[in-house]
Design a protein around this ligand. Structure first.
Ligand code: BGC
Length: 744
């Protein structure tokens, strides 16, 4: 009995070991064997992804071996049924891979990615993605179409909500954290889901911030800015899949861009995962005017290196003919199928195709909700805190006003398919629950939703405000106003929300404005009129508790902006890491009102700025306040002259000089002063979260490998160029002591 037990245990361990450690070489051998057995039709099937809209038809297609993946099944029984057909009723039994947009949580919704990026906390972001993977994988989903690591510098673009903002370094760090969280330690673990970095590439640079619009990114900008997070994801985070973008860059749609997909992704980065097109982005090459018809679109996508086609069916329709016509080769098809099978093997789908479906055990677990609350706390940015009005000092009566105070659906944000509003804790619910017994809370939404233009309840709101010690005003935008295809040309608060604030100001009751939104909004006026402003993004399921914790000081805000806040739309694009121009302006040297009437042509100023809004943003990248204050000591460099292989140590003392315990996100920026190409005025190269008690101080050290200063220069090769550098350590991109060093 004992012997048998040990033997069984041994076999189990052996089994576990072999499946977990299946080497890449043995996977390639398995693929060789499988490919040899596969008919052309079966290969084409693997390259075809179906949408879950019509599962009855899908079951038949799967049975014919004509599908490799289905997108958006969320019911484990249906997933298992489809999988059973693939595994037991097709000739070779190749399992399907089920994909879904699990963007910032599955059931437990975390802050939108732009909010998560504000935490500058990759550990937390990784944990959030892990929770999303645990919840999603239980339904059969083993592949998410996330993270979106498009550099996004235009808040008009609705998808900015899904991004980590404007900075290549921050996006790389956050993107890698998300990939690690989704994919777990080992892809073959049943709770691991393959990540899909998207959108490759340059989608965030859409002209005018209008979704799907054309981009004009040069190869050097691609390599130094837009591709940086993707390169990191492939080389350092073991990224499993990549999605092509909708946009045409310089006239070439991404799904037909051989240079991006073959030269850069495969040859230079040695990417081993698979590439999926975006939804119908192959057939859209016809609309772009890049392909005469769907058949030519398929040809271009295959030859460019798109391994799997999302929903548009041209591969199934045309691959056979294209092969006969010698427009594509069987070697290309084999390679593309190999890429797909490799990921399926790595996910352990061949050994473990089915899902248990213990949904109750994993959805909305206490620990998931706790983490979502922490993530929201760390994503809320304190933009203004006049006279230290926050944290609130136990007022007797609070007026809770505004359309976003109790909007359980909208606070979850864009790209939420599976989260349910009945699980959302709104600010109103949390404040009532936590303080309802001690404080009189009077609530009036005034406006039903952010776009509402009905001012009937204004007078009631004014009365409530007059009788209160403080107004908590929840403004912002509904979730549907950001996200895919939801671009805006006006970023002022929607409807009559500004008018509401102006009306409340007249009551003289202090106002704390909390904004819930999917993007930076142009809120210069509102910031001036409010005594304090919290930018909560769309904070997810537990956003209300997090906001309540921050308002009353149970949590001290630490978040920093991952994106510049412009004063007005006309300033866009505005990002901290811009080039200097030949005529940089410092502040507003000339302003519209100082120009005399009938002024003669003058060269006064002749600097690069707007006459009507200067050069400064409303809030700079990296900005965010705390309830406490921090003092930065003088910067000490380990050396002033370094070699390219050196590591520069930068240290300084950080002191918490305020009354509260708090976390400061200290930021390290550099500028390469003169190089073979002009480089940005500042570039983030590191950050740390430092938690200090009141009056505590700590020596903070950064280790900056000089190799991190490499960029693609005039010869399009990535390297460090010798010369002088400036370096700043500070609390935002607009602050900090500057020191200099030299690289020889
Ligand atoms: C989006 C992708 C998404 C896909 C599948 C597309 O419209 O651009 O980001 O993953 O749909 O839902």
């Amino acid at each position: 009995m004992k012997k048998g037990y040990f033997l069984a245990l041994f076999l189990i361990i052996l089994g576990l070991k072999t499946s977990a450690q299946t080497s890449n070489a043995s996977i390639e051998k398995k693929i060789d064997l499988l490919l040899k057995k596969m008919t052309l039709k079966e290969k084409i099937g693997q390259m075809n992804q179906l949408s879950a809209d019509d599962m009855e038809t899908n079951f038949k297609v799967i049975q014919q071996g004509m599908a490799g993946s289905v997108l958006s099944i969320t019911n484990p029984e249906i997933a298992n049924k489809a999988q059973k057909i693939a595994v037991e009723q097709t000739r070779l039994g190749i399992p399907l891979i089920f994909g879904r947009d699990v963007i910032h949580g599955f059931k437990t919704i975390f802050p939108i990615p732009l909010g998560q990026a504000s935490s500058f906390n990759p550990d937390l972001v990784e944990k959030a993605a892990r929770v999303a993977a645990i919840e999603a994988s239980e339904t059969g989903i083993r592949w998410t179409f996330a993270p979106m690591i498009d550099i996004a510098r235009d808040p008009r673009w609705g998808r900015i909500a899904e991004s980590c903002g404007e900075d290549p370094y921050l996006t790389s760090v956050m993107g890698a954290a998300m990939i690690n969280g989704f994919q777990g330690k080992d892809l073959s673990d049943p709770s691991s889901i393959a990540a899909c970095a998207k959108h490759f590439a340059g989608y965030g640079a859409a002209e005018g911030g209008r979704d799907y619009n054309t981009t004009a990114i040069t190869e050097r900008q691609f390599r130094n800015v837009y591709l940086v997070p993707f390169e990191e994801a492939v080389k350092k985070a073991n990224l499993a899949t990549i999605m092509t973008a909708f946009n045409a860059n310089d006239g070439i749609p991404s799904s037909g861009n051989e240079f991006l997909l073959k030269q850069i992704l495969r040859k230079e980065w040695n990417f081993k995962g698979f590439v999926v097109s975006d939804w119908a982005s192959i057939t859209e090459m016809v609309d772009h005017g890049f392909s005469a018809d769907n058949k030519e679109a398929a040809e271009k996508a295959i030859n460019a290196g798109v391994d799997m086609e999302m929903v548009s069916g041209t591969y199934v329709a045309y691959i056979e003919t294209l092969l006969k016509e010698k427009k594509i080769t069987i070697e290309t098809i084999n390679e593309e199928v190999r890429n797909i099978l490799r990921v399926k093997f790595k996910l352990g789908l061949f050994e473990n195709p089915y899902v248990k479906g213990n949904l109750k055990e994993v959805f909305y677990k206490e620990e998931h909700l706790k983490l979502a609350e922490k993530a929201a706390e760390e994503s809320i940015v304190l933009l203004k805190n006049e006279a230290q009005i926050l944290p609130l000092k136990k007022p007797k009566t609070i007026a809770i006003l505004g359309p976003l105070a109790d909007a359980p659906h909208d606070q979850m944000g864009t790209w939420v398919f599976d989260g349910e509003k009945k699980h959302t804790v709104t600010p109103l619910a949390a404040l009532k629950e936590q303080y309802g017994n001690e404080i009189k809370i009077v609530y009036e939404p005034v406006l039903k939703y952010s776009r509402d233009k009905d001012s009937t309840a204004f007078s009631k709101a004014r009365q409530i405000a007059k009788d209160a010690d403080i107004i908590l005003l929840f403004l912002g935008e509904e979730s549907i106003l950001s996200g895919e295809a939801h671009s805006l040309s006006d970023l002022n608060l929607q409807g009559i929300q500004s008018e509401l604030l102006a009306a409340l100001v007249k009551t003289k009751t202090p106002i704390v404005t909390v904004i819930l939104a999917g993007r930076p909004l142009t809120i210069e006026k509102e910031v001036k009129l409010s005594n304090a402003v919290l930018y909560a993004w769309h904070p997810g399921t537990m956003g209300g508790s997090a906001i309540a914790n921050i308002l009353f000081g149970k949590a001290n805000p630490s978040a920093k902006l991952p994106i510049t806040f412009p004063k007005n739309v006309g300033q866009i694009p505005m990002y901290y890491n811009h080039l200097n121009t030949g005529r940089p302006a410092e502040g507003s040297e000339l302003n519209l009102n100082s120009i005399p009437i009938e002024a003669s042509q003058t060269s006064l100023g002749n600097k690069s700025y707007y006459l009507d809004s200067g050069t400064d943003p409303l809030f700079a990248f990296g900005f965010g306040l705390s309830y406490t204050s921090f003092e930065y000591g003088r910067i000490n460099l380990s050396k002033n002259v370094l070699k390219k292989e050196d590591i520069l140590e930068i240290s300084f003392t950080l002191k918490n000089t305020g009354k509260y315990k708090g976390t400061e996100i200290v930021q390290l920026y550099i500028r390469d002063i003169a190089a073979s190409i002009a480089l940005p005025v500042k570039e983030l190269k590191g950050f740390q979260r430092i938690e200090l008690q009141s009056n505590e101080e700590e020596k903070v050290t950064f280790k900056l490998p000089i190799s991190d200063l490499a960029f693609y220069g005039i010869d399009m090769k990535k390297k460090v160029e010798a010369g002088k550098f400036d370096l700043w350590i500070g609390s935002s991109s607009a602050k900090g002591e500057k020191v200099s060093f030299e690289v020889q």
